[in-house]
Design a protein around this ligand. Structure first.
Ligand SMILES: [Zn+2]
Length: 577
């Protein structure tokens, strides 16, 4: 049963489609495909996929495996969670509880509670008592489709707790999901409810906006085992396809801004939730694009947040621009007044962060004191120092020097005296060292393995190699195992899987062999004997040289006959080849 589902999923999920959800672009490279690795930072693609085998392998960080390995690593899932997720993706119906662990079952129950709450709040919005909330939604010009898409709802002063208990959930469940306060009452009271979905589309939290004068104006669920503020961006589940398509993400300040943007068709917009944008958000976003526009409120707090956000993005390797809307308008107000096209235009332009900072500093005050200028120069150099791209860095330095009227050398001196601090501390990214796994092997040996893995039926042709020193290397071990598995009727993907299971210590080695396809039209019947001949010759010549060296150490008449005989036999064999 379990095996069946795994096989079924494997047959229906295409690795290119799956990986395509996480990387900006997949390129064809011969018979295989390449993308920039989502597991380590890189500019030239070394993440390779073989769609026929459903395998991937990164030559940069040497991560590899099948669709299950990929999704487990990408989403930090257990194997069972990965099966569940991929089964849902493939539309395969199965009884997930059967293969779940106790912990996963508990989590699933909490997800069900969140869905229950979402529906409960949504229904209340359309109840008789919901008129005030509906008027508020109307006043923000939200359409019926938008209300449905974002599953907006309404909380009254009570009701959810009782309803959830009646539906079979416990107070413990309600506590774990943050839906009740410490008095075991509904946390959200008299608020318009915004379900918060993670990037996988699971409801993990709620945001609530007051309908009266209560504070806080916006209230979010606390962090729970399902929800971490610093790892969720509002509407990313809806925005992801547009972000990939446009090659750009737009960061807005709140959920109303995001909803208005999506409603107007500008769908690459997301927002952090009740917390300032942080490194976790930047990393999440980096799975989809490397270009971002920050569009926050033009007030002082908004400007400060823009700068901080831009710096965090810059540190994660983004190209960042900062955009502002005129007349102090919110995105939804702007869209109503000037239309979606104009709004979209603004999100696509914007100023780079240095220009933005210079403009707001120089245009902000009538006179600038020397001290203010010095402080600002330190600040702007701190930004410039974070730029990885040397050309952009040089351009920015020239721009800052020019507009501040300070020589570049003085700005640079100032920078050297200040230690560079990170806006957001992070563990140093693991140094990815690329080591050639095939070092020390003959190209012919590697080619032979590749062909045999594709055409295991020909493994018998390699038998004679088992008498060469090759039998003791990885190459020999793999050949021997393929022969064994093939004799047990394993073939195709099943054989590859069993081989990886049988030789876990050679996983990287085997994956690296598998991802690179062998040339099309190659005739294994012809090519294999050729390669075997070359390999045998190599080992014979090697042995011949060894013998030569040994023999030369003996004086005349002392040469052991056995060695001499072996050398002559090798000579004969080499001639006959
Ligand atoms: Zn990698």
């Amino acid at each position: 049963m379990k095996q069946n589902i795994v096989e079924q999923i494997r047959d229906s999920v295409d690795i290119l489609d799956l990986v395509g959800d996480y990387v900006p672009e997949i390129k064809r490279a011969g018979t295989y495909y390449k993308a920039c690795c989502p597991f380590h930072k890189e500019k030239t693609p070394s993440f390779t996929m073989n769609p026929d085998k459903g395998l991937f392998y990164c030559f940069g960080c040497q991560t590899g495996g099948d669709i299950f390995d990929f999704i487990m690593k990408m989403e930090s899932l257990s194997f069972n969670e990965a099966v569940r997720k991929l089964a849902e993706r493939a539309g395969i119906d199965w009884h997930q509880e059967e293969i779940m662990t106790e912990e996963e079952r508990a989590r699933l129950k909490l997800y069900k509670l969140m869905d229950f709450a979402k529906e409960f709040y949504h229904k209340q919005l359309f109840s008789e008592r919901g008129a005030q909330a509906r008027n508020y939604i109307k006043s923000r010009s939200l359409t019926k489709e938008t209300v449905e898409k974002f599953a907006l709802g309404l909380s009254f002063f009570d009701g959810l707790t009782a309803a959830a208990l009646k539906a079979g959930f416990t107070i413990e469940d309600l506590k774990k999901t943050g839906l009740v306060n410490s008095n075991k009452n509904d946390l959200f009271k008299n608020r318009v409810m915004f379900p918060i979905l993670n990037h996988r589309g699971e409801t993990v939290a709620f945001g609530g906006r007051v309908l009266d004068d209560n504070i806080p104006k916006y209230l979010n669920s606390p962090d729970t085992i399902l929800f971490s503020k610093s790892r969720v961006l509002y509407a990313l589940n809806f925005a992801a396809p547009a972000i990939r398509k446009e090659g750009r993400a737009v960061l807005l300040e709140g959920y109303m801004d995001v909803i208005a943007a999506h409603q107007s068709g500008v769908a690459n917009c997301v927002a952090p939730l009740g917390t300032s944008f942080n490194e976790g958000h930047a990393k999440l976003l980096r799975r989809y694009t490397d270009t971002a526009t920050v569009l926050f409120d033009p007030d002082t707090a908004g400007q400060k947040a823009s700068k901080r956000t831009a710096l965090i993005l810059l540190e994660q390797g983004f190209y960042v621009t900062v955009a502002t809307l005129p007349e102090g308008l919110d995105p939804d107000e702007y869209i109503i007044k000037y239309g979606a096209d104009s709004f979209k235009q603004i999100t696509q332009t914007g100023k780079d962060i240095v220009t933005y900072q210079l403009d707001s500093f120089l245009n902000g005050a009538a006179t600038i004191s020397a001290k203010e200028k010095s402080e600002f120069a330190t600040e702007i150099m701190d930004i410039i120092a974070r730029q990885q791209d040397k050309i952009i860095k040089a351009e920015w330095l020239a721009l800052a020097a020019n507009r501040l009227g300070i020589e570049q050398s003085i700005l640079l001196d100032n920078l050297k005296n200040k230690p560079k601090e990170k806006v957001y501390k992070e563990a140093a990214a693991p140094q990815v060292k690329k080591e050639n796994l095939f070092k020390g092997f003959l190209p012919a040996e590697i080619s032979l393995l590749r062909i045999i893995l594709k055409y295991p039926a020909y493994v018998g042709l390699c038998d004679e190699l088992q008498n060469t020193p090759l039998s003791k290397t990885q190459v020999g071990v793999i050949l021997k195992n393929v022969a064994l598995l093939y004799s047990e009727n394993a073939d195709g993907f099943g054989l590859t899987q069993k081989l990886l299971q049988a030789l876990p210590q050679l996983k990287e080695f085997i994956l690296e062999l598998l991802v690179k396809e062998i040339p099309q039209g190659l005739k294994p019947k012809v090519e294999i004997p050729n390669l075997i001949k070359r390999i045998e010759e190599f080992y014979l010549q090697k042995r011949y040289k060894e013998l030569q060296q040994q023999l030369s150490s003996y004086g005349p008449g002392q040469v052991p006959l056995a060695l001499l005989k072996e050398q002559i036999e090798i000579q004969k064999k080499l001639k006959s080849k």
